[in-house]
Design a protein around this ligand. Structure first.
Ligand SMILES: Nc1nc2c(c(=O)[nH]1)N[C@H]1C(S)=C(S)[C@@H](COP(=O)(O)O)O[C@H]1N2
Ligand SMILES: [Mo]
Length: 211
């Protein structure tokens, strides 16, 4: 059956069927580009900037961020290199909570998630707003380890995992789409695993800015 105009990605049933071409892997592999940053609490801040409704920048220290409402989401993680990790409980601040705390300007269509060392991933606002998207501090009740993104990582279960930067430091509200780190380097601008949107050459007109 044709999938008619589903507005944004779906997350599947945690621990249910996997997206096409994925297989599960035992344990929790570590996958990233570049070194693991050292966490310096006194220098760490989390910022929301760009096209906010009031034009301002909002920032939180590590303690302040830790005081935001904590919620959990159970979801699978799908890496574009074809392994999936089923059924983790991600704990942290829902992206939707952040959007409620710092409303975007009316013209915002996308966000850029920014991490240490300039790693970035662009997301459609609808995908970021999805109730399954979490700015995670914990997995299965335990604090994230350094190699898995401590103190904060984005988890967007409806998209391939590169869309969830580890060592997250900010979110930029954007009124037009712009490619992030992997999206500029051959990966699909949207990255929906259920549609197997792995590479930029698969993009249909309108699915991403010109390369
Ligand atoms: N900052 C940063 N975040 C990143 C990456 C990266 O290279 N840098 N890689 C992504 C990719 S491709 C995957 S599959 C997941 C892996 O998360 P894990 O190492 O906790 O399994 O992190 C994502 N987040
Ligand atoms: Mo990945």
């Amino acid at each position: 059956m044709e999938d008619m105009g589903q507005p944004h990605s779906h997350t599947g049933e945690p621990g249910g069927a996997l997206p096409p071409g994925q297989r599960t892997q035992r344990g929790w592999p570590v996958t990233h580009y570049g070194p693991v940053p050292r966490f310096r609490p006194e220098r760490w801040e989390f910022r929301v900037f760009g096209a906010t409704a009031d034009g301002g920048v909002r920032s939180w220290t590590h303690d302040e961020f830790g005081a935001l409402p904590y919620e959990t989401v159970v979801a699978d993680l799908h890496c574009v290199t074809k392994f999936s990790m089923p059924g983790s409980e991600w704990g942290g601040v829902r992206a939707a909570t952040l959007l409620a705390l710092v409303p975007p300007a009316p013209g915002v269509t996308h966000v850029m998630a920014w991490a240490e060392y300039g790693y970035s991933a662009n997301l459609r606002l609808a995908d970021f707003q999805d109730p399954s998207a979490v700015l995670a501090t914990h997995r299965d009740g335990e604090l994230l380890t350094a190699e898995h993104g401590f103190p904060l990582r984005l988890v967007v279960p409806g998209l391939y995992a590169w869309k969830g930067p580890k060592w997250l430091r900010g979110v930029e509200y954007m009124t037009a789409d712009r490619r992030g780190f992997w999206e500029e380097r051959g990966y699909h601008n949207i990255g929906d695993p259920w549609r197997e949107q792995r590479y930029s050459y698969q993009e249909e007109p309108g699915e991403g800015p010109e390369l």
